[in-house]
Design a protein around this ligand. Structure first.
Ligand code: DGL
Length: 280
């Protein structure tokens, strides 16, 4: 595979996701690294990834990464939990460019937080059946207990803005009862969309359960990795008041992306371009 690695500090950070959900991760990156330029790719034309097979998710992920590499990014964040779980290791091994997914940062934070040793993980079918979070938790501490549960309905609820509706609360109560039954003390929000439903999930789980936002943890790890690799934009180190440029690319019509994105990011966005991902 051709290596087009960009080691310029001024190059953008690339972030990709199956669609709009990865903006919850991008939002954390914008907060912690405001001076960085960011190229975001949302595969809205083929979303969702979470109910698909490893083979399909891997081939989509390879195209997403290939697009970002063509954009000459210096570092890639796979915001999608499903792609991070089943595809990123294989795809990233073909490139000499640093890439991180959301699993390891989220799992590590859960290990650090738990006191009872009982951790819950919620995500899409692809993420949960891959067991990626549990596997990583057990590389750190095999004695910890991990309870995993797919909550696929949370994705459309978050996208439709059903964040504080009765229906969402009922579904959350129904899904999360098993987590309450096994008395976890830490719950990993293992899907891009779940931070949008944080307050309902927190209400259902109660005060004794700490919620881990994998996106927030990933942004922190990205900051550390860029610092260690001397890849921070000079704006970040020398002119902290300057804000970087954010460009968005999508694989289908941008209107719906723009509408949902403004809700996820709590601000209007422009600079959205449609691309043909099948070319990559
Ligand atoms: N971005 C996906 C994830 O975090 C959720 C949406 C989908 O299934 O594509 O797993």
């Amino acid at each position: 595979m051709e290596d087009k690695i960009n080691r310029a500090t001024t190059a953008p950070i690339g972030i990709f996701d199956s669609g709009v959900g990865g903006l919850t991760v991008a939002k954390e990156v914008f907060k912690i690294l405001p001076g960085e330029d960011v190229v975001y790719f949302g595969d809205v034309g083929r979303t969702p990834y979470g109910g698909r097979s490893k083979e399909i998710i891997t081939s989509f992920t390879a195209q997403d990464v290939s697009f970002l590499v063509e954009q000459k990014v210096k570092f890639i964040i796979c915001a999608c939990n499903s792609a991070s779980s089943v595809a990123l290791d294989e795809v990233s091994s073909g490139y000499d460019i640093q890439m991180i997914g959301v699993i390891e940062p989220g799992a590590r934070a859960a290990v650090e937080k738990t006191r009872s040793g009982k951790i819950g993980v919620i995500g899409t079918h692809a993420t949960i059946s891959s067991n990626a979070y549990a596997r990583f938790v057990h590389t750190i501490d095999p004695a910890l207990k991990v309870f995993s549960l797919a909550c696929p309905l949370f994705v459309p609820l978050a996208e439709e803005g059903y964040v504080d509706k009765k229906a969402t609360r009922l579904i959350a109560q129904d899904y999360l009862q098993t987590m309450l039954d096994v008395e976890i003390d830490t719950l990993v929000l293992g899907c891009t969309h779940y931070p949008m439903l944080k307050s309902v999930i927190a209400d259902v789980m109660g005060e004794s359960v700490t919620l881990i936002d994998s996106g927030e943890e990933t942004a922190r790890v990205a900051h550390r990795m860029l610092t260690d690799a001397n890849l921070l934009n000079p704006r970040t180190t020398e002119k902290p008041n300057l804000i970087g440029e954010h460009k968005y690319f999508v694989s289908d019509v941008p209107q719906r992306f723009s509408m949902v994105a403004s809700r996820f990011l709590e601000q209007e966005i422009g600079n959205i371009t449609r691309i043909d991902i099948s070319r990559y």
